[in-house]
Design a protein around this ligand. Structure first.
Ligand SMILES: Nc1ncnc2c1ncn2[C@@H]1O[C@H](COP(=O)(O)OP(=O)(O)OP(=O)(O)O)[C@@H](O)[C@H]1O
Ligand SMILES: [Mg+2]
Length: 303
């Protein structure tokens, strides 16, 4: 759906429309690369995320104070920062679980949650918001699986309901996805019969089932026992190579160092600085960044 094309009359629309050209012109490489196995590095051609000057308040407290961030197709951005700095809120604005009070977000040039009418942004209808959300997978700290559905049923529910896929087709794809997260043999298990790490891997398979352009993770391992953290991080590491754009909020600094293209440090509703893991961990420019990492990183942690 092109929200923007019909409304080139405002500056915002013109900017968004211009950005929309980029993925379209890269369409042919996509056709040649999608046949490759997901675990092979491949050039990504979709999933460009642009967050522009986003502001958000709860009551009188401004928790996002003009946040701007771009993540290219296939990019892996890891957001770190102290509790209450706005990381979850920022993530939730990307799939419009939170409305923004200012600024805007586009994915592949298409405004998220809003359309331009006249010179103003108007919120989309619920039906269109839900449709947009099918392009954006989200994995939460608390798994959020349906307890009365098996692992496979959890994975195939959205493709059948939202995309009207046939049950047979959805099952075939669902089993492939469970295989990808190492759980094909647990397809018929209910969440209560799975460990936390296994449940989170089912949640990742479920997020992949709609073939999203981007995947958002909000502290995907922080509810897990320490020995289960790596099995989930390993799945995310694999995804990072597959060309899906990932935006991950985590406290796992080793993971951020290994997997991120860009580490984003947030504090008090702002991005204090962002850069490569080397930039941010080893050579932070800002005192706030240095002070945060001096508290969270083990002395033995070497970049
Ligand atoms: N629905 C809400 N209503 C009111 N205040 C909220 C709401 N959601 C978040 N906040 C406040 O917004 C600020 C940012 O919260 P947010 O959850 O985005 O932080 P965070 O960086 O994800 O923190 P953590 O690392 O603890 O998860 C906090 O002060 C929080 O109390
Ligand atoms: Mg949070």
């Amino acid at each position: 759906m092109s929200i923007i094309a019909a409304r080139k009359d405002s500056a915002a629309a013109a900017k968004v429309a211009e950005e929309k050209q980029a993925p379209a012109s890269a369409a042919s490489p996509a056709n040649t690369t999608t046949a490759q196995p997901a675990s092979v590095n491949r050039p990504a051609t979709r999933g460009q995320v642009d967050i522009t000057n986003v502001r958000k308040s709860f009551g009188t407290t401004e928790v996002l104070k003009g946040v701007s961030l771009s993540v290219p197709p296939g990019g892996v951005a890891v957001i770190v920062g102290p509790s209450g700095s706005g990381k979850s809120t920022l993530l939730r604005t990307i799939n419009h679980l939170e409305k923004v009070d200012g600024g805007y977000i586009t994915i592949d040039g298409e405004l998220v949650g809003y359309e331009v009418r006249g010179n103003k942004l108007h919120e989309l209808r619920e039906k269109d918001i839900l449709k947009q959300r099918t392009h954006i997978g989200m994995v939460f700290q608390s798994f959020n699986l349906f307890p009365h559905l098996t692992a496979l049923e959890n994975v195939i529910e959205a493709p059948i309901v939202a995309q009207k896929r046939s049950k047979a087709e959805a099952r075939k794809r669902g089993l492939e996805l469970l295989d990808r997260v190492g759980l094909k043999d647990r397809a018929d298990a209910y969440p209560r019969q799975l460990s936390g790490g296994q449940q989170q891997r089912v949640a990742i398979a479920r997020a992949l089932a709609l073939d999203p352009k981007i995947l958002l993770f909000d502290e995907p391992t922080s509810a897990l026992d320490p020995e289960l953290v790596n099995e989930v991080l390993d799945v995310i590491r694999e995804l990072a190579k597959s060309g899906t754009t990932l935006i991950v909020v985590t406290h796992e600094m080793g993971f951020a160092r290994d997997v991120a293209d860009t580490v984003v440090f947030m504090d008090q509703g702002q991005i204090v600085e962002s850069g490569t893991p080397q930039d941010i961990f080893a050579n932070p420019r800002e005192e706030r960044t240095r002070s945060f990492f001096s508290k969270v990183i083990e002395p033995a942690f070497n970049i």
